[in-house]
Design a binder for this molecule. Structure first.
Ligand code: AMP
Ligand code: MG
Length: 518
């Protein structure tokens, strides 16, 4: 059914200890561990695109042995289960060993085109890295991860994917607000899929422990398996050039997050993918009313380390930690500093390209920065919805700009009134800028609509789907999965899924603030 070829296991050293007891693991990149079976697994949803990428047709998706594997209840031929060992900086502090505490890899699948994918169950029970936690995941956070990974892919944002969402039939105890009120919630397991789940933290842990030999091996392995084009390009492709590529990929990823209004919420170095993918969907969120300081993560509310506007700077900070780890292998670590500088250049370059498209400009000019910054200041003060505003802007008549076209993007009538004059002034400046380029209106609108999504997984939309799913009704999950497959298209009849956050959701848990407890 699936063809496995488990290189991570075969080529990197494993933990000789076989018991599933929490421990520090030295001299190994992984520990063997079996998922813990669940009582009543049910396939609640799956991504047909991911299934197709794995050569799984609808019949295969319906097979009991596949469901068993995706629930952690059974093993397919060739499958081997393990948890990987990594560390990380959490909220700016070195946290030591973390590891896959509630993720269990099922091995690596090769599809008929020779593409390789790691499959990983999230929430399939404890591993040697679980510390005192249970290794499980609740349905609400599993739905959020499942839907958002697929939505991000369709938005064109690099991301890990999700094959399946399986209900376990069991409950998981969580104290959502950390206020001493634990509740039994339905449990679930998501099967995540990516070419590699390797994180910055995998390298950091080995360097922190002074294990130079294993660090060298892991770097060579990662290059060979996850960056084959680099190896093929020959010996000029050294460590520094590889790190430079990681900086580039990370810069591109940050531009994507900033252009679509995504806030990850927990940008610890253990949540940074070596491939520059969005990884580990937890208390993430989507910007509604534009606010650079907004963070969806309640744990981050006081310091706002991981708020929307700081993400590009935090990514750089994280790259610096990776550079420190790799420096152990470099005779000339100065090259790593060059690569870190390159991060800023790539970010600036890609950001201009992305925002030229969002604003419908053919070419970005230097003073467009002022135009954008003034807009951002205004959007913040006037509490304007980011997604709605940029999408509506494409309909502006640049011969006769008016605030009408972006009416809907205001949350508060009083602020709409107060800022209408300022906004009109901005729209006039913007229209003049567009007239200077002379792009025909239909071409400009097409360019903007391909860059400004109509549909994103707004926090309240995910929460509505969760509320229904917890009652046993999965239809909203299916609807969202379907709608978010074409985020840049107008979808007549589905306008309700693009409306800005309703009032009831402004302060509701899951809609504007999220806890790490998942
Ligand atoms: P996160 O903040 O979700 O990226 O998780 C940080 C660390 O805590 C990782 O090592 C996770 O594997 C671990 N972890 C988070 N939740 C659980 C859980 N319910 N059971 C076991 N380990 C967990
Ligand atoms: Mg994590």
């Amino acid at each position: 059914m699936l063809t496995f070829d488990n290189r991570f296991l075969r080529e990197l050293p494993g933990d000789p200890e076989r018991s599933n007891v929490s421990r520090q693991v030295f001299g190994a990149c992984w520990s063997p561990v079996d998922p813990t079976p669940v009582t009543a697994p049910r396939l609640l949803a799956h991504s047909r695109e991911v299934a197709a990428a794995l050569d799984l047709d609808e019949q295969a998706m319906a097979a009991p042995e596949l469901l068993a594997a995706l629930a952690g209840n059974g093993r397919l031929p060739g499958m081997a289960t393990y948890a990987s060992c990594y560390g990380g900086h959490q909220f700016g502090q070195w946290a030591g060993q973390l590891g896959d505490g509630r993720a269990i890899l099922l091995g690596e699948v090769i599809n008929h085109q020779g593409q390789r994918f790691e499959l990983q169950l999230k929430g399939a029970g404890p591993t040697p890295y679980s510390r005192r936690a249970d290794g499980r995941a609740v349905l609400r956070s599993s739905i959020r991860e499942f839907l958002c990974s697929e939505a991000m892919h369709h938005l064109g944002v690099p991301t890990t994917r999700a094959l399946s969402l399986v209900g376990t039939g069991e409950t998981v105890i969580r104290d959502m607000f950390y206020d001493g009120h634990p509740v039994a919630e339905p449990g679930a397991v998501v099967c995540r899929v990516a070419p590699s789940f390797t994180r910055f933290g995998h390298f950091e842990l080995l360097a922190a422990r002074g294990d130079r030999a294993l660090l060298q091996r892991l770097v060579e392995f990662t290059l060979a398996r996850d960056f084959p084009e680099r190896v093929a390009a020959g010996p000029a492709n050294d460590l520094a050039a590889w790190f430079r590529e990681i900086c580039e990929r990370t810069a591109r990823l940050m531009v994507h997050w900033m252009r679509v209004g995504f806030v990850h919420g927990v940008m610890n170095t253990d949540n940074m993918s070596i491939l520059g993918l969005t990884i580990d969907y937890g208390p993430y969120g989507w910007v509604d009313n534009f606010d650079p300081g907004w963070t969806p993560n309640t744990t981050d509310a006081s310091t706002r380390r991981y708020c929307f506007a700081r993400q590009p700077a935090i990514a750089l900070w994280n790259l610096e930690r990776l550079a420190e780890a790799l420096a152990m292998l470099m005779p000339e670590p100065g090259e790593l500093a060059d690569a870190l500088e390159h991060y800023g250049e790539v970010y600036a370059h890609e950001f201009r390209a992305a925002y030229a498209a969002k604003l419908g400009l053919e070419r970005w000019q230097d003073d467009d920065v002022d135009l954008l910054e003034d807009l951002y200041g205004l959007m913040h003060r006037a509490e304007i919805d980011m997604t709605e505003f940029f999408r509506s802007l494409a309909s502006l008549d640049i011969g006769q700009p008016s605030v009408e076209v972006v009416q809907e993007s205001f949350y508060r009538p009083d602020l709409r009134q107060r800022f209408a004059g300022d906004l009109l002034q901005w729209l006039q400046r913007y229209a003049a800028r567009l007239r200077q380029e002379g792009l025909p209106a239909d071409r400009r609108a097409a360019r903007m609509n391909a860059a400004n999504p109509r549909y994103v997984l707004r926090n309240y939309l995910a929460q509505q789907a969760i509320d229904l799913a917890e009652q046993g009704d999965l239809r909203r999950v299916d609807d969202l999965l379907e709608i978010l497959r074409r985020p840049y298209d107008e979808q007549p009849g589905r306008e309700a899924f693009s409306t800005k956050r309703p009032d009831w959701a402004r302060h509701r848990a899951g809609c504007s603030m999220l806890s790490c407890s998942s």
